[in-house]
Design a protein around this ligand. Sequence first.
Ligand SMILES: O=C(O)CCC(=O)C(=O)O
Ligand SMILES: [Fe+2]
Length: 207
Amino acid sequence: MTYQKRLFDEQPDAIDFKLPDADVVLYTNFFSSEESNKLFKSLKETIEWQQDQVKFYGKVMDVPRLTALYGNDTNVYRYSGLTFYPKNWNEDLQFIKKRVESVAKVEFTSCLLNYYRDGRDSMDWHQDNEKELGNNPVIASVTFGAMRTFQLKHLNRTDLNRVDIPLNHGDFLLMQGKTQHFWKHKIPKTKKQIGSRINLTFRVIKH
Ligand SMILES: O=C(O)CCC(=O)C(=O)O
Ligand SMILES: [Fe+2]
């Protein structure tokens, strides 16, 4: 598949959430609907999705989503209790990576992909603060497919409300600064009848 450079006649909208102790900006329609449709279908078919398992109170359980890790180097990589054998970038990922790098102004080394098959799939509260990500990591999150709500919660400021951000087909959420030190985030399950969703988080991993 070949891609054309985006024509910036339709500028994506940047929404700065101005959260205390964080830097979170949402670029809606960062990918055109045509690009997003193409990428969603292609990623679904070509990414080597894996079913991870975790031990929970001695019981082995499937995590509620499929995952994959791609990047510059293919050394075995363990984090959040999961083991990954990263694959080399493919054409779709290189295209998406380039586009988000033009805004994030960093060169990403890795991309973690999550495939939420339906509303029963989810990701629980966590911070992306592994030491391999360094201090104040820059994380570029791209969504294709069904809308899911991305929730953010401050770790100790009980006076602050939870922030719910709808992530739609083609949206790009950029998290940086102190975000991962002070806020946790999750993708809750939903009882709504919805289709599948793919999320990509580009990261800089230092070995
Ligand atoms: O699916 C999402 O939008 C979030 C994924 C996420 O938080 C992660 O991969 O660390
Ligand atoms: Fe995360």
